[in-house]
Ligand binder design. Structure first.
Ligand code: PMP
Length: 458
């Protein structure tokens, strides 16, 4: 029986990434307020937000400094755009700070409202650059199976998940997907991580050659795949991939939308993964999700090409009304100040051993095939048979069941492709709360196991 608010919800809202039929019966969980790493529903029940919302609320749910930064900017100048020669202090300060923090040499910053828009912009900038460089055929972009880069037409095409393509008539032309770097599922018997990485680089090279290197413009990758199931690439992966990209003059786009700002214990995930992208997409923790904002960090080579091309055309014809929105930019500036002042990334590093130990221990559970992760992000893959790695029928939705049991236990997690449950708490989670998170998840896994036994699914 739906509550009044739930009934009003299902009569009016189309929810993103939701089973549109099931929600009409169950109604949504309606949240009302937050405190630290906790959120409360309308009945006052607290939940540990083990996913930081959608991998984004790095500083938790009641940071007054961020609220003040927004309110102050709103009172001063709630909006001005940065088109056609206008600007404002928060956008300038934020761009300066990002250039300073970037893990690779960055020349300029272009602001967006989201990660999807950042990756869309990346694709357009690569095309624009190659037109300027006089190689109009070099336009294809290579992504990876199970990558997640967003949902706009271009970024959903880069995403390597069937659910984002089927019946949306995607991917668009000129996008290819190479092998997913998932050792647990895709390594051959006896193959070491290093050998697997060599094979993945060979797969990429074969694809570039098959397509024609003169047609391949860029490769895009998340340091650690997020929504595709938290896939940590095998050792030596990026150095080997980067050697191939260099050989064929293929631009490297880093998608740090999840891994940017401390998630892996370093400011950027690139630093933790021996990854040296040419350009970088960011969003989410850039503002700790208190305001929607994303950005593309642009290297000098690309900027020079943009100058050339736009001077031919008289204008750089790309930008969003809210690119560099002053309130979002002011909140992001404050967020970066807090990361630095509170030494948030260093404190994340101190929490990793405990998080790692609790994560690894989950592999003792009868339903857990692989408990993988890096830093404060993890993917727990459920299997029907640990020895054979045999999965449950996807129609059974076992990871979704587990997430529902988590919710009963007062823990919010998410289920993603490949029957995995993902964990990505706010960076400010305390050691006691890390234990609480894994205790609650373990109880939910036990309930999932009881359910599987009861229903004869094993
Ligand atoms: N890239 C990555 C790596 C992401 O995880 C996401 C969102 N989960 C996006 C891009 C898209 O970001 P947004 O939802 O803000 O458009």
């Amino acid at each position: 029986m739906l509550t009044n608010l739930q009934a009003r919800d299902v009569e009016t809202l189309v929810h993103p990434y939701t089973n549109l039929v099931a929600i009409r019966e169950t109604g949504p969980l309606i949240l009302e307020r937050g405190q630290g790493v906790w959120v409360h529903d309308v009945d006052g029940k607290p939940y540990l937000e083990g996913m930081a919302g959608l991998w984004c609320t790095a500083l938790g749910y009641n940071n007054e400094e961020l609220v003040d930064a927004a309110a102050t900017q709103m009172r001063k100048l709630p909006f001005t755009h940065i088109f056609g020669g206008k600007s404002h202090d928060p956008a300038i300060e934020l761009a300066e700070k990002l250039k300073e923090m970037a893990p690779v040499p960055i020349s300029k910053v272009f602001f967006t409202n989201s990660g999807s828009e950042a990756n869309d912009t990346q694709m357009k900038l690569v095309w624009y650059m190659n037109n300027a460089l006089g190689r109009p055929k070099k336009k294809k972009i290579i992504s990876r199976m199970r990558a997640y880069h967003g949902v706009t037409i271009a970024s959903a095409s880069l995403t390597g998940l069937a659910g984002n393509h089927n019946d949306f008539d995607l991917p668009i032309a000129g996008v290819r997907h190479t092998t997913c770097p998932h050792y647990y599922r895709l390594a051959e018997a006896g193959e070491s991580e290093e050998e697997f990485a060599t094979r993945l680089a060979a797969d990429l090279e074969a694809l570039i050659i098959a397509e024609g290197p003169e047609t391949v413009a860029a490769f895009i990758a998340e340091p650690v795949m997020g929504a595709g199931g938290v896939i940590v690439p095998p050792k030596t992966y990026y150095p080997k991939i980067q050697a191939v990209l260099k050989k064929y003059d293929v631009f490297f786009i880093g998608d740090e939308v999840i891994t940017g700002f401390g998630r892996l214990g370093t400011a950027f995930g690139s630093e933790a993964m021996e990854m040296q992208p040419d350009s970088i997409s960011i969003a989410k923790a850039l503002s700790s999700a208190y305001q929607p904002i994303g950005a593309v960090m642009i290297p000098e080579l690309m900027y020079e090409a943009m100058l050339t091309e736009s001077s031919k055309l008289g204008n750089f014809g790309h930008g969003y009304t809210y690119s560099g929105h002053p309130v979002a930019a002011a909140v992001a500036v404050k967020t970066l100040e807090i990361y630095e002042r509170e030494r948030i990334f260093e404190r994340v590093r101190a929490k990793i051993p405990q998080f790692d130990a609790r994560r690894a221990a989950l592999e003792d559970h009868p339903l857990v095939g692989e408990a993988r992760g890096k830093g404060l992000v993890a993917g727990i893959e459920l299997v029907a048979d640990k020895k054979t790695k045999h999965q449950f029928d996807p129609k059974l939705g076992m990871a979704a069941k587990c997430v529902a049991f988590c919710q009963q236990e007062g823990l919010i997690l998410r289920n993603v492709f490949g029957d995995a449950v993902t964990i990505c708490p706010p960076l400010v989670i305390s050691p006691a709360e890390i234990d609480e998170l894994f205790d609650r998840l373990t109880r939910a896994l036990d309930k999932t196991l009881d359910y599987a036994v009861r229903e004869n699914l094993l």
